[in-house]
Design a binder for this molecule. Structure first.
Ligand SMILES: [Zn+2]
Length: 134
């Protein structure tokens, strides 16, 4: 003979077990969602880092191109050791040291004796200058 109370209790146990199983599934899904969210955030950071690197590289490339264009317009005077801008009729001299070190075109102060850089204090002597005799 089946005990109805026992049968009802068994049914309740099944319902509770099913509810607990559903709860475990939800927790598991939430945990998996958390893992996926963490991976998405990691990937997002990777993409942001890559974008920053691309911007930095594009900036560096633009600077290098600009420097190359300027470099192509310069003539080096090996006698004095300074640069002149090819199309510049005023023959303004630029410091070789500053150009090679930082890519800065620094116009120099000219005298009969040569040129002096106001940034790095380099002194470029004019080999044709004749010092006055005493
Ligand atoms: Zn200089």
């Amino acid at each position: 003979m089946i005990d109805l109370a026992l049968l009802a209790a068994g049914g309740q146990v099944l319902k509770d077990t099913h509810a607990a199983f559903k709860k475990v599934q939800e927790i598991k899904q939430n945990s998996e969602l958390c893992d996926l969210l963490e991976k998405i955030l990691d990937l997002r950071q990777t993409v942001l880092d890559a974008k920053h690197e691309i911007v930095d590289l594009r900036t560096e490339l633009a600077e290098l191109r600009k420097r190359k264009e300027t470099d192509d317009r310069l003539d080096f005077d090996s006698k004095i050791g300074v640069f002149f801008m090819r199309e510049d009729v005023s023959r303004l001299a630029y410091c070789t040291k500053c150009w090679k070190k930082d890519g800065n075109l620094v116009p120099m102060t000219a005298s009969d004796r040569g040129y002096i850089c106001s940034v790095c204090d380099s002194n470029y002597k004019n080999p044709d200058y004749v010092y006055p005799s005493c």
